[in-house]
Write a protein that binds this ligand. Structure first.
Ligand code: SF4
Length: 354
């Protein structure tokens, strides 16, 4: 089936096209299965900024480190975030120095820790795109309902559509078509993408994560590009409904409101984030802890910002594979299981074809 899809793409493509897969999970799948090497050379895959660990701002990472260093705090987070470099050190270094930093698999687990440790302040690092927002929203709503005063969240939510606007509106943009992230659309639906396709004249295909899903997304995008169609099509109908998950969206809008958000390596993207609504402000860790005056210092070597914007490939970074490795990451894109640098390190080639 994969070979048939590749043949179909070969038959359809007549010129060079640059297509961005927005999600880091899709980048990893392309590399892991070698699909990038099976595609015709006319198709240039550009890797997008859809890795929540990679784009969580340095300021928020530093705030997480400052909060986790408080002696009465249990700081909880997904595992990847513990190794993301802050200005000085990471969350692992807080743990090594005696801080109580724990890996959890959901905010509900963090909530349980708060219930079981009433004499501690429990903070959850609420990172992620639209996919993690419903569970994060539910944890805050539940904490509010139970009157828990020792649970809070350091919110770092980002949203995909404003990022696509920023990429397509950039004077350096090279992207001609998009693979939208199927899991994000499973939550939010596809309506937000239609005005983007029309405004910028780009086709968007909602795409899943298995090899065949990815190739069908590419095929659908190339078919639209070749015909000059700028629509949003769903190549992942077994998971994504046009309207998304209405119940999940209800929880998100109950707890969160849109806000401007800093993206690491990219900068401020207007209305590209969510923050807690005023009625839940007391559950906002930035509000609960005084972490306003954080001075950040980014690595001078790391070019992850250019990689996240699709302007460079990881192997074009002089530190790639030499001083920057998954064991010793200089930037977040080398840490995360969805980061482009980590994907090239595990599955890809460097400039010498090695
Ligand atoms: S290889 Fe390392 S230093 Fe270079 S861009 Fe990627 S994360 Fe940054």
């Amino acid at each position: 089936m994969v070979q048939k899809a590749i043949q179909e793409i070969n038959k359809t493509v007549s010129q060079k096209w640059s297509i961005m897969e927005i999600c880091g999970g899709q980048t990893h799948a392309f590399m892991q299965y070698g699909l990038n090497e099976m595609l015709p050379e006319e198709i240039n895959l550009i890797h997008g900024p859809g890795c929540p660990v990679c784009v969580t701002s340095l300021e928020l990472v530093d705030k997480a480190i400052a909060i986790a260093s408080h002696k009465d705090v249990i700081f909880t987070s997904y595992g990847d975030m513990l190794r993301v470099p802050g200005s000085e050190g990471d969350l692992f270094s807080v743990r090594a120095a005696g801080g109580d930093v724990r890996v959890v698999y959901s905010p509900i687990e963090a909530l349980k820790i708060a219930v079981n440790n009433p004499d501690k302040q429990v903070v959850f690092f609420g990172i992620g795109f639209e996919t993690t927002a419903p569970a994060n929203a539910i944890s805050v709503i539940k904490a509010h309902e139970r009157g828990l005063d020792n649970y809070s969240m350091l919110v770092s939510h980002v949203r995909v559509p404003p990022a696509i606007h920023a990429i397509l509106g950039s004077p350096n943009n090279k992207v001609q078509g998009f693979l939208a992230a199927g899991h994000v659309c499973a939550i939010m639906g596809i309506d937000e993408y239609k005005p983007i396709a029309e405004k910028y004249g780009v086709p968007i295909s909602v795409t899943g994560f298995e090899p065949l899903d990815l190739l069908l997304g590419i095929l659908q995008t190339v078919q639209m590009l070749e015909k000059g169609q700028f629509q949003v099509k769903n190549a992942y109908p077994r998971v994504v409904r046009d309207e998304g998950n209405l119940q999940a969206k209800k929880f998100i809008s109950k707890a969160f409101i849109e806000c401007d958000r800093q993206w690491r390596g990219i900068g401020l993207i207007p209305m590209s984030g969510w923050k807690l609504r005023k009625e839940y402000q007391s559950f906002d860790a930035e509000f609960r802890f005084n972490v306003e005056n954080i001075q950040t210092k980014e690595s001078e070597i790391c070019i992850s910002g250019l990689i996240l914007q699709g302007q460079k490939k990881p192997y074009e970074c002089p530190a790639f594979r030499s001083i920057c490795t998954p064991q010793n990451p200089l930037g977040a894109t080398m840490v995360s299981s969805e980061g482009a640098c980590a994907a090239y390190y595990r599955y890809g080639k460097d400039l010498n074809g090695q």
